[in-house]
Design a protein around this ligand. Sequence first.
Ligand code: ADP
Ligand code: FDM
Ligand code: MG
Length: 212
Amino acid sequence: MAARRGALIALEGVDRAGKSTQGRRLVQALRDAGHRADLLRFPDRSTEIGQLISSYLGREKNLEDHTIHLLFSANRWEHVPMMKEKLHQGITVVVDRYAFSGVAFTSAKGNFGLEWCKQPDVGLPKPDLILFLQLNPEAAAERGDFGHERYETSSFQEKVLQSFYCLMEDKSLNWKTVDASKSIEDLHREIKSIAKETMEEVQNKPLGELWK
Ligand code: ADP
Ligand code: FDM
Ligand code: MG
């Protein structure tokens, strides 16, 4: 019998919902419990493609809208061999944003259809679980003002949220919405429990391909 594989768990949600906080906490808790787990974040700004993306987000560089969409996708694809290797070695991979952010942010620009936006990410490792951290805009605002990066305005974020809701209608994906207004600790406990259940469920199942 093949060795047990790790689970691919994606964290998505609005700005300041707590994705990065919960991603770090989850990986630490899984490791403390004796599991092998790693955290990745997209965009990964450390690669050459990631540096281009970072200067686009920081408004140092302007890039055409299709171009930046494809770069975000390329930034995921460049990690795929490593992700597959980890998953097949039994390491659970937690991703802080994934292709769903890619589609939601570009399609929020208005002149992009959801189908076009999804195409470059078709065939990526399919998450076994997508945790959507839901938080209303008022509660998010209380967590601090927007920074100066591109996309950090409430009108744009509202459109992003609507695109996320469209993506969640796809029942071939395992979306789970969690209430991100809870305390960091309560939310962490809930997320850890859902993650552990998923890891059990998928350990003997093949890894899927996204949107295929
Ligand atoms: P995201 O990665 O989704 O943008 P972060 O994890 O960076 O969000 O959190 C944004 C801010 O909100 C940080 O200052 C963090 O400490 C705070 N925060 C995160 N989760 C909670 C929570 N459940 N309750 C209150 N504040 C939170
Ligand atoms: N973003 C992120 C995209 O527009 N497309 C993508 O594919 C991904 C992964 O980049 F505004 C946007 C979402 C957010 C920014 O911010 C990244 P963080 O704080 O590094 O998550
Ligand atoms: Mg974050």
